[in-house]
Design a binder for this molecule. Sequence first.
Ligand code: MTE
Ligand code: CO
Length: 419
Amino acid sequence: MTEPTDKTRASRRKFLVGAAGLAAVASRPALADPKNLPPNVADWTHTLGEAVGTHGYGSPSKYEKNVVRRTVSWLTATPESSVSFTPLHELDGIITPNGLCFERHHGGIAEIDPNDYRLMLHGLVDKPLVFTLEDLKRLPRVNRIHFLECAANSGMEWRGAQLNGCQYTHGMVHCVQYTGVPLKLLLEQAGVKANGKWIMAEGGDAAGMNRSIPMAKALDDCLVAYRMNGEMLRPEQGYPVRLVVPGWEGNVWVKWLRRLKVGDQPWYTREETGKYTDLLENGKARKFTFEMDPKSVITSPSPQAPLKRKGFTVISGLAWSGRGKVARVDVSLDGGRNWRTARIDGPVFDKACVRFYAEIEWNGEPLLLQSRAIDDTGYVQPSKNDLRKIRGVNSIYHNNGIQTWSLKADGEVENVEVG
Ligand code: MTE
Ligand code: CO
């Protein structure tokens, strides 16, 4: 039940049934122990609880052990160059807990001793610099909440509905608060030469992942970040330092950042030529598709979060845009024929996730659930078919098409497409 085993319909069905079965057991009130129910005094009131300080670093309740990142074993050739997915269907609000942020590594998780950590800044600058972690922490810092989405998020869905669960179809996204130094400040310290138009960011992991970033973006809102949600970055997220490139594809957010080189043109690295480009029908490929277009997904109900009862139901989901703020989210119950405006609740930040809700009365009728994001540039999230008209079906990256969930009379939910 933990992962969709392959792409056939039969096995998807098995996965679904498993997920629905588990949810039903967990929610059935009949399984409650009567001695713990009112008017009795429950077990946990009769004894002292664990001592303060038992858990130096706290963990979630043992009853929440299903709330974990998950991998799909057949998706990648090796576990070092692979991905784990955020359990979006188990979360609410806009902040992803650090331990649940999806991971994408090309050469495993680098283990870096912060004492040995150095960041080089060189190339077309007046004064090449090397920063220690302490140097970076001494500089003026800012706090910013941003989403990070891998360009390959929903990539499996280009040719049709594939994976049964928003964790797998949309779980290569997370949204946290970063603390770091504006990249602009480091560049000013080094003094960028007049012909310095691009920057190459390189990771210190075994993949040595590197990407070219235009100087205008580097000077705009990029951060050299060392904290997420208040604490130091997790090793999986690039400890001790990663690049934050708000609104742009996850691949350019170089982790375990070791080098920044200023140049007069892009480097055309492997990750921006052979990978992270989109092959069109005419055989040409789109290059430097940095910005992540508006996108949304209903996280509940969804295949891993089926409906347990009829009546008042809260539809909930996430929306984001790499172009600015999410201005509105619409929800459809009939596969996109009619739309209603969803309620965005909580803060709305630039290039960050927003949480939306739509409350309905569900009487057990089958529904085709969809959501679409509209950002403050006026961009409306397209249907998958409209996207295919422009981009063909050879793409992997940048699939921001509208997701459809088929809600059945029994409350189960399946990943489908509508014509
Ligand atoms: N940086 C390095 N050094 N090595 C990597 O493998 N993966 C990139 C990017 N930065 C990667 C990297 C990709 S493809 C993505 S989507 C994001 O990191 C994922 O960030 P996360 O693991 O914090 O979710
Ligand atoms: Co990626």
